[in-house]
Design a protein around this ligand. Structure first.
Ligand SMILES: Cc1cc2nc3c(=O)[nH]c(=O)nc-3n(C[C@H](O)[C@H](O)[C@H](O)COP(=O)(O)OP(=O)(O)OC[C@H]3O[C@@H](n4cnc5c(N)ncnc54)[C@H](O)[C@@H]3O)c2cc1C
Length: 438
């Protein structure tokens, strides 16, 4: 190894960034991991925070504690604002950081397809703040409905939710909302009947879960309808206004509107002068590096890649983890051999190993495909539970989620039915001269 210590900057502590740092094991190399949050977030269970099944700390783990034993790993809670590929610099409001290798794992954001004003009426589901917003608004709407027993139209609107987007997140969200309102609320109100609550799932495609086989899509639809979800496929959303979704031929009045229809790349990379794919994702070489910048890798949801077998790498957690391990292996090999940064063409290409896909719909309901076989109902649901429990980051989280799932299953009561409002402005991080103040 050369005398000067190499410096790797990892942007984002989500699935990709975390897996990279965990996989990179090369003494004498400095790793700096930057994330605007202080925690890694397990997004696949975010919908359960939104629907009061789990609390935020159950699905998040502080990044600093994850690497407290790795002295060469520095964790910074800071927001990446700019990446200067020519000068090999990353800028935040508080500092400029140089690098020998850069790993961009900043993920995506909710995409309203150019209709950004829809965001104020229809919450996305990407962050813990989104999940808390949805939970507060859903629980709050039922409290309001209980207070307005005389006004039927208003009560119907308050007890209605529309989920837009029939992909896995929309299906899971709609199923969990129906279960929350129809099953878990049913004994708790006196003036309203929560079984009359409406959950409507809307998608422009002609079936839910279009990335699954037709038979699994049909099974998912049946299972959703069994929970009381109204599935409206082949319906384009024309407009979203306050408490109203406008479709081509009619409108739906609903207090809660949730948007799960699209994801685009993190806007931080918009300014980068490198090739982009749909949704602003960074096109990468077969080794996951940026074209023309062999020392810069983009992994996970922010990257667009057709792998060495011609398969479009999907925006899912296993893909981000596999790309992270691939980049770690390449960089580690170059550093330990004392070579300067390699050429993308000389490096091993990334191959995505698809281990299957699954989506849960509610208690004992799910669909899954793996190892060339398809499953639905209880078997798929049980497999979903086991896989999510095992892959959740942090032993404390696994134990906590396991206990809460058992309690919910046996007692029919979700564990986090609290309307919670943060005190505004209390935890803003602000720079004054040379120190950070909280
Ligand atoms: C609701 C939901 C459910 C999902 N369910 C599943 C599922 O069941 N199975 C599955 O495989 N996949 C699922 N996914 C997709 C999966 O979560 C993503 O594919 C995966 O998170 C991508 O990993 P990543 O590292 O690219 O990005 P992320 O995990 O999103 O990580 C990006 C990180 O960058 C940080 N960051 C962003 N901007 C900045 C900035 N400017 N400065 C500093 N830090 C920043 C973020 O805080 C975050 O920690 C789901 C996604 C969502 C939103």
């Amino acid at each position: 190894m050369e005398g000067v210590r190499k410096r790797i900057l990892v942007l984002g502590g989500g699935f990709g960034g975390l897996a990279f740092v965990k996989a990179f094991d090369c003494p004498g190399v400095e790793i700096t991991l930057i994330d605007k949050e202080n925690h890694h977030l397990f997004q696949p269970l975010l919908y359960q925070v939104a629907t009061a099944g789990l609390a935020a700390p159950d699905i998040a783990e502080p990044l600093r504690t994850l690497f407290s034993k790795r002295k060469e790993v520095q964790v910074l809670m800071d927001e990446v604002r700019d990446i200067d590929l020519e000068k090999s610099l990353v800028r935040t409001p508080h500092q400029s950081l140089s690098y020998d290798y850069l790993v961009i794992a900043l993920g995506g954001r909710t995409n309203y397809f150019g209709k950004d004003d829809w965001e104020k009426h229809a919450s996305g589901l990407k962050t813990l703040a989104d999940a808390h917003r949805i939970r507060n608004e859903v629980l709050g709407a039922f409290e309001m409905a209980e207070n307005l027993a005389e006004d039927n139209a208003e009560r119907r609107r308050l007890m209605s939710a529309v989920v837009i987007g029939g992909g896995p997140t929309g299906v899971e969200m709609a199923g969990a909302l129906a279960e929350l309102t129809h099953r878990y609320f049913r004994r708790d109100f006196r003036r309203i009947n929560p079984k009359q609550a409406r959950v409507i799932l809307v998608d422009v495609a002609d079936r839910v879960l279009p990335m699954y086989s037709e038979s699994l899509s049909a099974s998912a639809k049946r299972q959703l309808e069994g929970l009381g979800v109204q599935v409206m496929t082949g319906k384009k959303v024309e407009d979203i206004q306050a408490r109203k979704v406008v479709l081509e031929d009619f409108e739906i009045e609903a207090e809660n509107i949730i948007w799960t229809a699209g994801v685009s790349a993190n806007p931080v990379v918009e300014k980068l002068d490198t090739p982009k794919a749909k949704g602003g994702r960074l096109k990468v070489e077969p080794d996951c590096s940026l074209p023309g910048y062999a020392n810069v890798f983009a992994i996970g949801d922010i990257a667009a890649l057709e792998d060495a077998k011609g398969k479009q790498v999907p925006g899912v957690a296993p893909a981000a983890i596999q790309m992270a391990k691939h980049a770690a292996k390449l960089i580690q090999a170059e550093i330990t051999r004392g070579r300067s940064q390699g050429e993308a063409a000389e490096r091993e290409s990334f191959v995505y190993r698809d281990k299957g896909q699954m989506a849960t719909i509610g208690r004992s309901r799910a669909v899954a495909s793996a190892m060339g076989r398809e499953f639905s109902g209880f078997v798929a649901w049980f497999a979903w539970l086991a896989i999510h429990l095992v892959t959740l980051v942090g032993m404390r989280n696994r134990l906590s989620v396991f206990m809460k799932w058992i309690y919910k299953y046996v007692q029919n009561k979700p564990g986090a039915r609290i309307i919670w409002r943060a005190a505004p402005g209390r935890v803003e991080v602000e720079r004054t001269s040379d120190r950070l103040v909280l």
